[in-house]
Design a protein around this ligand. Structure first.
Ligand code: PMT
Length: 222
């Protein structure tokens, strides 16, 4: 049926947080629940896509009909993406990937000693930029969680990471964004933008995928 606008397309989605170990018992992470990415996976399956969902540590059931790969750290997530990317038509990066990881992961539990503790962090690989700068590049959709200058920072990421589309969320709005059931998105691409107002992540996922399908098909035709 014509409603299956993503029929036969392979979509790879990253979701949730990453966890970066400090020692055998501790890690740094963030409040991403994975709900946004899992909602997109469900909606993409509804639209006929073949979906691979690469998930950080989250407590969510796997959407029916998708292939799920569980990962922990950003390095693991990159490895999983590298193993799937060559068969991917569309990549949607909803994961809140930790920007930094510990320079050295302690072999033993870090002991409580002085009044201060200093740890050194080094940059994690940028998974989305890595995928978007491949020679055989899929249609790449990024997310941007911002607390100020939302549109300007989102446009910066669209251009710097070589993306086809970016979905910006303002994380200062109460009840939206990280770890909630609702969100609002400002979706931006090179020649246009659309505001998807606050609603459930399930509804937003449908709206976003209609825009993705439109722009993807336009790119294919040109
Ligand atoms: O999981 P939920 O609780 O449902 O919350 C959803 C969400 C708020 C996490 C989601 O809507 C969202 O905004 N995700 C992106 C979060 C983010 O912090 O993005 P960023 O601005 O750090 O990164 C920009 C883009 O690059 C993102 O698509 C991100 O997945 C990607 N990225 C970032 C860093 C990195 N090392 N690798 C990446 O792939």
């Amino acid at each position: 049926p014509s409603s299956k606008v993503l029929q036969g397309r392979h979509i790879m989605i990253t979701a949730g947080p990453t966890r970066e170990p400090l020692d055998p018992v501790r890690y740094i992470s963030n409040h991403s629940s994975g709900k946004m990415g899992f909602a997109i996976a469900s909606a993409a399956i509804e639209l006929g896509a073949q979906v691979t969902l690469i998930a950080g540590p989250v407590n969510l059931a796997t959407p029916c009909g998708c292939k799920r790969i569980d990962v922990v750290s950003a390095d693991d997530m990159l490895e999983a993406c590298n193993s799937v990317i060559s068969s991917t038509d569309i990549f949607i990066a909803t994961a809140a990937v930790a920007d930094y990881k510990a320079a050295n992961v302690a072999d033993n539990k870090i002991k409580k000693t002085g009044d201060e503790l200093t740890l050194t962090f080094i940059k994690n690989p940028d998974i989305l930029a890595t995928m978007a700068n491949r020679k055989a590049k899929p249609f790449c959709v990024g997310f941007a969680a911002e607390s100020q200058n939302v549109e300007a920072y989102a446009r910066g990421k669209l251009n710097n990471k070589n993306l086809d589309m970016i979905a910006a969320n303002d994380i200062t709005s109460e009840g939206l964004g990280f770890n909630s059931d609702n969100n609002a998105l400002h979706v931006i691409w090179q020649n246009g933008d659309v505001h998807l107002p606050a609603t459930s992540k399930a509804e937003l996922a449908k709206g976003l995928l209609q825009l993705v399908a439109q722009q993807y098909n336009k790119n294919q035709a040109s």
